[in-house]
Design a protein around this ligand. Sequence first.
Ligand code: GLG
Length: 835
Amino acid sequence: IDSQIPIKFRETWKKFVPKPFETKEEFQKIFINHVETTLARSLYNCDDAAAFEATALSARDKLISSWNKTQQKHSIRDPKRVYYLSLEFLMGRALDNALLNTETKGISEEGINDFGFRMEDVLDQEPDAALGNGGLGRLAACFMDSLTSTNQPGWGYGLRYQYGIFKQKIVDGYQVEQPDYWLTFNNPWEIPRKEISVDIMFYGYVRKYTDEVTGKQCKTWEGGDLIKAVAYDFPVPGYGTKNTNNLRLWSSVPTSEFDFQKFNDGDYESSVSEQQKAETITAVLYPNDNFYSGKELRLKQQYFWVTASLHDILRRFKKSKRPWKEFPDQVAIQLNDTHPTIAIVELQRILVDLEHLSWDEAWDIVTKTFGYTNHTVLPEALEKWPVDLFGNLLPRHLEIIYDINLFFLQKVEKLFPNDREMLSRVSVIEESNPRQVRMAYLAIIGSHKVNGVAELHSKLIQTSIFKDFVKIYGPDKFTNVTNGITPRRWLNQANPLLSKLISEKLGGYGFLTDLDKLTGLKKYAHDKEFQARWIEIKNANKRRLADLIKSQTGIEVNNEALFDIQVKRIHEYKRQQLNILGVVHRYLTLKAMSKEERSKQVPRVVIIGGKSAPGYYMAKVIIKLVTSVGAVVNNDEEIGDLLKVIFIEDYNVSKAEIITPASDISQHISTAGTEASGTSNMKFVLNGGLILGTVDGANVEITREIGEDNIFLFGHLAEDVEDLRHKHRYSQFEASPNLAKVFEVIESGMFGHPGIFTNLINSIRNDGDHYLVNDDFQSYLDAQDLIDKEFVDKDGWASKSINSVAGMGFFSSDRAILEYADSIWNIEALPVEES
Ligand code: GLG
């Protein structure tokens, strides 16, 4: 190939291949080189922002050389690869992570200190890559870290949104959204690959024709609008490995050049309109978590991303010149939720329409290639596209879906003759008005494995929303892979003090790649000296959070208080309303006490943070209630430090890194059966915080791993929920007495005009209390009382905390990735160092 350097010149070339820095001086040389040449600045105008960029570029150089080696190794060995398709990658900041993972933080810190910079300030310059909403997007980010750290040949594919999740401001106690234009300054991490581009078509029509050679009837899709996808690559560093993987994000640009003809004719508007149309596709991330809104632009994003990615994957496969039937031996594609489900249809279309395989050959390849991860059972989150909208945008794909469905229903009919009900229940097309394409069903039919994200959730999907499919395919198609989190970011990076202490006791940082090693901490659970150091680290982390709170809200909180934290998206099912109603109860209780009695109470700082979807009215009311309660409680002199209520504005990944290590208690209190897994529960426990939770999602397995004495569980079980909801429909609402009092004071106007909160109260009192706030209220308060009692015993608390951390090995995302690799993807690790 002529793009290769001729053999006779290669020795010279190799002599000058850049060497990644390994010492402080080498780092400094590269750093200055970047300041003076790449950034065109000098020692007279290098501020923190420039220092950030130069440090990031230096780290990037290092990553690129291992990235090159990894990709070369993969090209030569051509192993089976996995492609993780996710519409969200909530990466957060990259610099600290890159330095820690490549174990060069020490030398680069010394390096920049010599020039008068502080690492903390430099790291603080980086905007979060906030290309996700919540747990689903952050899971994808943890998985990228684990794919690399465990040396899996795997890439991520997503979209390069120009606007990530909005920034949240609190104005007058209400959430206000502001755009997050994260690319304002250069993004030092991305490598634009303008040469890697794919034309994507929308709309158009289907044409039938007869193939001249075979005489077969064929179909082709043509005549639509074209938009170009351009690749941007983000190197993903691993820990303790020379491998570096790739996250490829697509950006949309117009295919046709600027129209000078129209421009000269004075039609300026339409001369640029093509451009604008194209650029909107990847402009903005949809800000909904666990909620589906059937917008055409969202479907365009999905098809655009999936098609560009498949094109790239097929191009790589074709290089190997293997026959098509070997495709599933070389490629595994994981669908992160139903968002990329059209990939199933697109691959079938390519194989049948363009590569001219028979339907059955193609379908065999497709179903062996895909795996589908379900992240929710909430009906409002399940994607269903109106047939008309779908068929207009992707006419050939709709036909193929009809065919997939036809063959599937024929199979079902054979298995269950005479069960017409079954056919309409499992059909990919819902016969509603308007008719809809059920994406989850399509994902199941087109995949060889379907997994839930925690044991309870995986069981629930098999007995509820996908029950019929278990009957049809048998139980083996359905499996569980419990979520995990990367200990590199969520322990080593977020909590360097704790990580260091653990490394001292366990003889090094080996636990960061083998988290089960944490069990070695058990023997120190009752060691007084160790407990004292453990407690001191928690206090230091609480001070760090107290500083953040002070700088954001102006409120000083008592560091001795119990820090009680709930940070996550605001959602009725996650029940921040239960939390804040409980706070009101605490406030009333404190108010009713004598001074003497009050002085015996455990002081508390209740910290709540999270974004509401912009159009989610009830979630916004919940935020307003939290801030309104805070405004009253925080200014009540009689209460003072005994209770503070803090709303943290604009909760994001970089704030989570400060918040997570600082909890004494964190809350994971979803209505049982609604939170598929949760992952912040894992992060808090890994950082030595205890949790208050319902028997839901991964709380169940956390309890199993750390022991039930180390967790505060309350509330009804998932199996009770249906009956309770049914009961609510037919019987009079009976408020738990403590909740009745809380409603009464809110309605009296204690926290501002009661009208603001009427609908929230009504949702519990008059509208069926779907989330069982009332049913769980007393049990919640009892658990909180127990927490107050146990917190007084500092040593007892510390030993619970140590024992909990010791039991968290299971929740490493490395374990999750290895399970996927083994049981779903069938891929093997390929470290670059190995010959
Ligand atoms: C979902 C679920 C969470 C889950 C996460 C990752 O709601 O419970 O932990 O995916 O699997 N939409 C989400 O965040």
